[in-house]
Design a protein around this ligand. Sequence first.
Ligand SMILES: Nc1ncnc2c1ncn2[C@@H]1O[C@H](COP(=O)(O)OP(=O)(O)O)[C@@H](O)[C@H]1O
Ligand SMILES: [Mg+2]
Length: 295
Amino acid sequence: MNTLNTTIAQDTSVKADTDAPRAESKPLAGKVEEGVTVGTPFADDAKFKLRNVDVFYGDNRAIKDISLDIARNEVIAFIGPSGCGKSTFLRCLNRMNDSIDSCRVTGSLQLDDVDIYDPKRDVVELRARVGMVFQKPNPFPKSIYENVAYGPRIHGLANRKAELDEIVENSLRKAGLWDEVKDRLDATATGMSGGQQQRLCIARAIAVSPEVVLMDEPCSALDPIATAKVEELIAELSESYTIVIVTHSMQQAARVSHRTAYFHLGNLVEVNETSKVFTSPDHELTESYITGRFG
Ligand SMILES: Nc1ncnc2c1ncn2[C@@H]1O[C@H](COP(=O)(O)OP(=O)(O)O)[C@@H](O)[C@H]1O
Ligand SMILES: [Mg+2]
């Protein structure tokens, strides 16, 4: 992957102010320059091209001049302390923020070189192409079958019952759930375990053949075994989809992603290959976070 580098990490101007008092246990006072991301935020084969993005909730500027490419078929992890804007930025990618009245998005956001925020854009179609899986599994209070069949039906992807059956089966297979549920497709989804519910939500997201799947802390409500299953699934899905995952778990980011993006107070501080972020990050703030000095 060819990338453009913006490297300021070695520049002394971004190092801590040594005159400032610094308690030993405190985070390093690494500075971040707005609109400047160290590492490799840009990619050759960009699925998303995001430039100078700001997001406001009323007067609160939650995202500050972020520019980033998300490459086709990569898994990119968004990490950073709570409240730094990971979910806000993720939601821009399929206009989930539209439903928040106070929210305003500026800058250029393109999916396959077409403006995501074009007022003429069909948002329902956008969300079919860019699906989403949330923190808490949220199946509809309907049968397992209906949960998966709903999207393909409203998007007119199946003309006959047999076609719909096939989409449901394939989606459940891809989500690693088919063998567990094939004999009880009519059972209500809310009776499943949390891990099964989350895999069902993934099956529901992929049933409409999206190109991108956004996941906002998809495992934070799951036990370790269910988490391992979902992580395995992400690895499999990454062969066919572009995946953006917000995670609180650095181990998870390290296990599932190709690149990792570190957010801090609305800024995108660093983007690099995941192995680099976790072994030799370019920015002091990233290092502070991954070594557990704050977060
Ligand atoms: N619906 C909302 N309305 C107003 N402010 C919000 C809303 N969602 C998030 N924010 C604010 O935006 C900032 C970033 O939040 P968020 O994107 O949720 O961060 P993260 O996902 O990294 O924890 C925070 O200051 C938060 O309070
Ligand atoms: Mg969040």
